[in-house]
Design a protein around this ligand. Structure first.
Ligand SMILES: [Zn+2]
Length: 307
């Protein structure tokens, strides 16, 4: 069966202002790279159900978010989270990409999915936008899997170089989820130490120092694989950030593009027997355009190989 890419033109119309690293070109360069392949299918996002948003974020926050998009120009939701008039569609379609991906997998339309979306989501907490993120897209996916399809053991692996405080905040209280993150530490946004275990011992956080090399990273990643094998997830989510790349301007890990194939391959090798290959991956960070396109393509290589 096939790997699907969920994408919408709205993601290119979410304007963040000149010089902002979370820029429209991010999804454009990945799209150009992936469109050259003939082994993928492409679909548009669906609407995200209101009840799923309400399970993921507070009602007050979603109401505020809905009314915070400007008529013209830009508006700052926090120091670095910027929205424009067209951002509203992008924000909700980013969350809705996971809905389309999950429904398609459940209907056997395709085997696994990469949501080529922006804005990213893993810093958005229940009650606030943060770090370029407005909605926890992975949190939406988790709640939809639990609520609609009655999954009981959803693992979310977040390999973005930053700790996904938002994903952690949204998932920590769910007995049906395991959140795992590798990230640079100490670093933005703070937190994500081995003390952050979730409310039900349902989180594994692996902080690593600036300068972490491919070899050091992949050695540490064995802990992720061990925990996944012990957990036996019935569905796998990736918060797929590619800013651990050595060329990334925002962080100081030393991974190369091929490492994202290796990370993905090892994860799927460890979990496919439990998940039956059901995987939804959601784009998070990655700010060097060439490195981002190459790394995302390597990630998709493994999704295709293991579908
Ligand atoms: Zn990041």
């Amino acid at each position: 069966m096939k790997t699907v890419i969920i994408n919408s033109e709205s993601y290119e119309k979410h304007i963040t202002g000149d010089g902002h690293p979370e820029q429209p070109k991010r999804v454009v360069v990945i799209k150009e790279k992936l469109k050259k392949r003939n082994d993928l299918i492409w679909k548009k996002p669906d609407l995200v159900p209101k009840n799923i948003l309400a399970m993921t974020h507070s009602k007050e926050y979603i109401d505020n978010l809905n009314s915070s998009f400007p008529q013209k120009g830009l508006r700052f939701l926090d120091g670095d989270t910027v929205v424009s008039p067209a951002s509203k569609k992008a924000v909700f379609e980013a969350a809705g990409s996971t809905i389309r991906a999950i429904d398609g997998i459940e209907k056997n339309e395709f085997k696994n999915a990469f949501c080529l979306t922006r804005p990213p989501g893993h810093h958005a907490e229940k009650n606030k936008a943060m770090g370029f993120c407005c909605i926890s897209n992975a949190g939406v996916a988790m709640n939809y899997l639990i609520s609609k399809y009655k999954y009981k053991k959803i693992a979310c692996v977040d390999f973005d170089v930053h700790w996904g405080n938002g994903n952690y905040n949204v998932m920590r209280g769910s007995k049906n989820s395991l959140y795992i993150s590798t990230h640079q530490y100490p670093f933005y946004p703070g937190g994500g130490t081995d003390k952050d275990k979730g409310d039900f011992n349902n989180s594994l956080n692996i902080p690593l120092p600036a300068g972490t090399t491919s070899e050091q990273y992949l050695n540490a990643y064995d802990r992720v694989l061990d925990r996944l094998i012990e957990y036996k997830p019935d569905f796998l989510l990736f918060s797929a950030g590619f800013d651990a790349h050595k060329n990334d301007p925002l962080a100081q890990f030393q991974l190369c593009s091929k490492d994202f194939y290796e990370i993905t391959k090892r994860t799927l090798s460890a979990t496919n027997k439990f998940t039956n290959g059901k995987v939804v991956s959601i784009l998070e960070g990655g700010y060097d355009l060439n490195a981002l396109a190459e790394s995302a393509n390597e990630h998709v290589n493994a999704l295709v190989e293991f579908n």
